[in-house]
Design a binder for this molecule. Structure first.
Ligand code: CDV
Length: 308
């Protein structure tokens, strides 16, 4: 019997600084209902879907930023989203800032099943940007100040009749993220993102933002025989323009659906998970063709050791 997941990429337009959690949750519920009407059984929301992208501002005392984080999930603000999803019998993947009881701060994504149970949690591994205030920038990208890089790595969970993995934004640029999940048989990777269209360290990359977004996700999908669902928070948020172009990609690397606006928008694809095996059992038959014995540098070193 075919294993089908109808998945929705539920893109958000900007969330401004003064937008409340309640207003964000209302928008998420609207997107959820639209996705449900389009036949989706799993809805993927962006990275940091409950707040503006607050790492664009630096504060000297980080406790002044605690109001951006969630200390429990669900909580009073997000409970209506969980309730509506359960009523509709639809699952979702949600990104938010997490503050643990031990005081650790993570950039987190959860997977919630159609019965309203949180079945998986992923904490961002690759944290981009900077940890110190850089006053000369037009805006900060201080993710390395606000978030601890998770050591938990990349999990794959049995859910929605398949094997689901998660990653967050910058993770999608690293082939290791996909391969770690590929080696666990992942069939669908869910990835929220916030990608400013102006890359401050090297503005020559700005016109390539959309190209690079597609390049990494399409390659990761193809090379691991998996669906990839990339979902943006796009548009102009607090003066910073961000990439939209939320995309659902098949294991062939082809684009199955893509948003056309930079506002709240839902696109859907009907994904036959068995399609993954046309790639996993042929060109990318890992067990037959991979050569881990010669890939020793991949985990033994971080930076390049330049050959001379
Ligand atoms: N939120 C992110 O991880 N954004 C990065 C930016 C800094 C380049 C990204 O990889 O899209």
């Amino acid at each position: 019997m075919a294993r089908i997941i109808t998945v929705a990429a539920a893109q958000m337009g900007p969330i401004q600084r003064d937008h409340t959690r309640e207003s964000c949750v209302e928008r998420l519920i609207t997107l959820l209902r639209i996705a449900h009407d389009k036949g989706a059984e799993l809805v993927v929301f962006p990275e940091l879907a409950l707040t503006t992208f607050f790492p664009r501002w630096f504060v000297d005392d980080i406790s002044q930023a605690h109001h951006w984080y969630e200390t429990s999930m669900p909580n009073k603000n997000t409970q209506p989203l969980f309730d509506e999803a359960k009523r509709l019998g639809i699952g979702f993947c949600l990104g938010y800032a997490e503050l643990t009881e031990a005081g650790e701060r993570f950039n987190t994504q959860i997977l919630v099943d159609a019965q309203g149970n949180t079945v998986a949690k992923y904490r961002k591994v690759h944290i981009p940007g900077h940890a110190e205030h850089e006053p000369d920038r037009p805006f900060q990208h201080a993710e390395r100040y606000y978030f601890t890089p998770s050591d938990e790595g990349f999990g794959v969970w049995k859910a929605f009749g398949g094997r689901i993995g998660m990653m967050i934004c910058n993770d999608r640029r690293w082939p290791e993220s996909y391969r770690e999940m590929g080696l666990q048989g992942v069939e669908m990777i869910l990835c929220g993102y916030n990608t400013p269209l102006h890359y401050v360290p090297d503005p020559s990359q700005d016109p390539l933002a959309g190209f690079h977004n597609s390049l990494v996700m399409q390659s990761g999908a193809y090379q691991n025989g998996t669906f990839v669902v990339g979902v943006a928070k796009g548009g102009v948020e607090e003066g910073v323009d961000s990439l939209a172009e939320s995309t659902i990609i098949g294991p062939s690397g082809e684009i199955l659906a893509k948003t056309v606006t930079s506002a709240d928008e839902v696109v859907v694809a009907r994904c036959d998970l068995d399609w993954c095996y046309q790639y996993k059992n042929t060109l990318f038959d890992f067990d037959r063709y991979r050569r881990p014995e010669v890939y020793t540098r991949i985990t033994a070193q971080r930076g390049a050791i330049i050959a001379d």
